[in-house]
Design a protein around this ligand. Structure first.
Ligand SMILES: CC(=O)SCCNC(=O)CCNC(=O)[C@H](O)C(C)(C)COP(=O)(O)OP(=O)(O)OC[C@H]1O[C@@H](n2cnc3c(N)ncnc32)[C@H](O)[C@@H]1OP(=O)(O)O
Ligand SMILES: O=CC(=O)O
Ligand SMILES: [Mg+2]
Length: 356
């Protein structure tokens, strides 16, 4: 284990100093695209204007014989474009694959100054992050980078979940963690065949009302991902990094996608992946607090004065703890509104309605 005293020392001579705080910028949707797919790549400059994060995906969903084209495509897209405030991330191939070494060497050397975050799939434990941490430091030093690259882990193996706390705290580069429900289901030998979302067979049933065990018994579908998302959120919050829901594969089912994203938002996630353009607005809507929640939060903050003691607002007790929750909502709203005049106007209009 590294001593806490040198946790923030660069891991290679000449590498930039590690960050002490993870930058919290909007990342409601991490939009995946295949940089080797010409049709998708052509849409990237327009999509960049609508998303918080653009991610050039090199791993699963890119065919083995297209891996090099995807890597080269990402290099040329990054060199040819300035995406302004939209962050550029990549998902490299898994650490046991034949491609990841070239992914890291090429991307850091060629476009390390354009990339914000490197997403690492199938992370099993802190050892995987330590490997990437040192290699990135060596490559950053050689490329003369002045800003350290951050690392995002996908939680998609059973041992990754067992080790999620140590993964979250493995390096000052750790920016966040996403749930990877598809690989995680396979790794756990769950009997599902979907990419995220629920399953109609995973349910609870009300008690029988009489002799007939089938009569009048309501069933409620349960969330397969509740335990993992909640554990991931706690691990991330403990280490000051950001949790995300991952992919929702039923692109057509925009209703269930919104539900799954909202569950994650309410539990503490800051964003989710968009796999298709239709999921971008869903993530934007869900991961931006609603105007009525923002108005309420601002009202509680205003009425709570210095934030201590207890007051009654509309029949509901407010105290030091509820005002802290309201600050989470209000601060997120302010951060998002700073770059989005439409959202700012919606928040201010709702606030005016209840605060006058
Ligand atoms: C479990 C995991 O690892 S999840 C993460 C890995 N998976 C991914 O990254 C998947 C990314 N998304 C995709 O590959 C595609 O969206 C698919 C395969 C799901 C659907 O693709 P299509 O069948 O082409 O969808 P559809 O016909 O609705 O696309 C409409 C247009 O949007 C484009 N498009 C689709 N997805 C994207 C995207 N993610 N980014 C940019 N453009 C896109 C298509 O190229 C198409 O362009 P066109 O109008 O010029 O022909
Ligand atoms: O990579 C994502 C997943 O769900 O697997
Ligand atoms: Mg996966």
């Amino acid at each position: 284990m590294r001593s806490p005293k040198d946790f923030f020392a660069p891991l290679a001579l000449g590498a930039p100093a590690p960050v002490r705080e993870i930058p919290v910028t909007p990342s409601r949707m991490i939009h995946f695209f295949d940089p080797g797919n010409e049709k998708m790549a052509a849409k990237v400059p327009d999509i960049a204007k609508k998303v918080d994060v653009l991610l050039g995906n090199l791993e699963d969903a890119v065919r083995a014989d297209r891996k090099e084209a995807a890597r080269a495509g990402l290099v040329s897209i990054a060199k040819a474009n300035d995406f302004g405030k939209t962050q550029l991330w990549t998902r490299v191939n898994s650490l046991d694959s034949p491609w990841v070494l070239d992914d890291l060497v090429t991307l850091v050397t060629e476009i390390g100054d354009k990339l914000d975050v490197i997403m690492v799939p199938k992370v099993e434990g802190a050892q995987d992050i330590h490997y990437v941490d040192r290699l990135l430091a060596q490559l950053e030093a050689r490329a003369g980078l002045t800003k350290p690259l951050l690392v995002h882990a996908i939680l998609e193996t059973a041992s990754g979940v067992a080790n999620v706390e140590e993964i979250a705290g493995a390096s000052p580069r750790m920016q966040g963690i996403s749930l990877g429900p598809a690989d995680l289901a396979a790794s756990r030998r769950m009997k599902t065949t979907r990419v995220g979302g629920g399953h109609p067979g995973y349910l609870v049933r009300t008690d029988p009302t009489g002799e007939d065990l089938n009569a009048g018994r309501t069933t409620y579908q349960q969330d397969l991902w509740h335990y993992t998302v909640a554990r991931m959120v706690d691990a991330c919050a403990t280490h000051g990094i950001l949790p995300y829901y991952g992919p929702f594969g039923d692109i057509r089912d925009v209703v269930a996608c919104e539900d799954q994203f909202r569950n994650a938002f309410l539990l503490g996630c800051v964003g989710a992946w968009s796999l298709h353009p239709v999921q971008i607005d869903i993530a934007k809507k869900v991961f931006s607090p609603s105007p009525s929640d923002v108005a309420w939060a601002r009202r509680v903050i205003a009425e709570m004065g210095d934030g201590t003691g207890a007051v009654m607002i509309d029949g509901k007790m407010q105290d030091d703890a509820s005002v802290k929750q309201c600050r989470v909502v209000a601060e997120l709203a302010d951060a998002l509104a700073a770059d989005d005049p439409e959202l700012a106007a919606a928040y201010d209009a709702a606030t005016k309605e209840i605060l006058g």
